[in-house]
Ligand binder design. Structure first.
Ligand code: SAM
Length: 249
């Protein structure tokens, strides 16, 4: 089961997100608006929108945001925070693997898409990540950009090769699980674990290219510091910027 569907896991994670990442959100959104080249009236798809950290800031700038997320708890919080800010968001619950099911019928393409902070994409395994990238590509207008932040595989390969039990360096996968007694103590015995595919820059570049994107750039990013800094091998996350190219270009 996806851990984000567990209410307690989502609540505890949200506390950490609010503490660590919320303060830098305004600056991140300034960067996002500039990079996506959007303005009042533009539309953005926020993939794994969580509690609406970026969605709400974007909407304050007059952007029409559609946020999708698998976690009922995170979406409830996003709705609550949107109301508090007097902001209108379109929030849809579901797994990004099935984007077409809940975006079905949408005629107008989005002017940009974001997937920030390990929000589904980059955690599904490469075949599924690729199918989601293709789906996002399909929902974007020509010339529109996707901004994705995901784990930087360079760090994992450098730092964790010897801990092969949690990082499978042949597959590039992190095997994520909580200590056994935690499930009993904190989550009523409900067990969830995850396998997250971690990419090195050239791999994620290939996936984006196969999905149809062009102008693919990789740079570094830290919470509150989105400014196209060069990616350092020991950065935890990397940022991928790519564009849906016009046909034939
Ligand atoms: C670390 S939080 C980040 C949320 C938000 N993007 C932010 O930066 O504050 C990751 C989010 O991705 C969502 N998520 C994870 N896997 C998903 C999936 N397969 N489909 C849709 N949402 C997913 C989780 O529910 C969670 O809200």
């Amino acid at each position: 089961m996806n851990p984000w569907k567990n209410e307690r896991f989502a609540s505890e994670s949200l506390e950490a997100i609010d503490r660590q990442f919320l303060p830098g959100t305004e600056k991140e959104v300034e960067f996002i608006i500039k990079e996506l080249g959007i303005s009042i009236g533009s539309s953005v798809l926020d993939i794994g929108c969580g509690a609406g950290r970026h969605s709400i800031e974007l909407a304050k700038s007059g952007i029409a945001v559609t946020g999708v997320d698998i976690s009922p708890k995170m979406l409830a919080e996003a709705r609550h925070r949107a109301e508090e800010n007097n902001i209108k968001l379109t929030l849809l619950e579901g797994d990004i693997l099935r984007l077409s099911e809940f975006l079905n019928g949408r005629v107008e393409a989005f002017d940009g898409a974001i997937c920030i902070c390990e929000s589904g994409l980059g955690t599904l395994g490469w075949q599924k990540d690729l199918s989601v990238l293709k789906a996002i590509h399909g929902y974007l207008a020509f010339g529109a950009k996707l901004i994705l932040t995901t784990y930087n595989g360079l760090k994992k390969y450098r730092g964790e090769m010897i801990k092969a039990k949690s990082f499978d360096y042949l597959q590039g996968s992190v095997h994520w699980r909580l200590p056994d007694d935690w499930y009993e103590e904190h989550y009523n015995g409900e067990r969830f674990k995850d396998i997250q595919r971690v990419y090195i820059p050239s791999e994620i570049t290939m996936l984006c290219e196969i999905a149809g994107f062009g102008d693919i750039e990789i740079c570094g990013c830290r919470p509150g510091e989105f400014n196209r800094q060069p990616l350092e091998p020991d950065d935890i996350e990397m940022m991928v910027l790519c564009r849906k190219k016009r046909a034939g270009k």
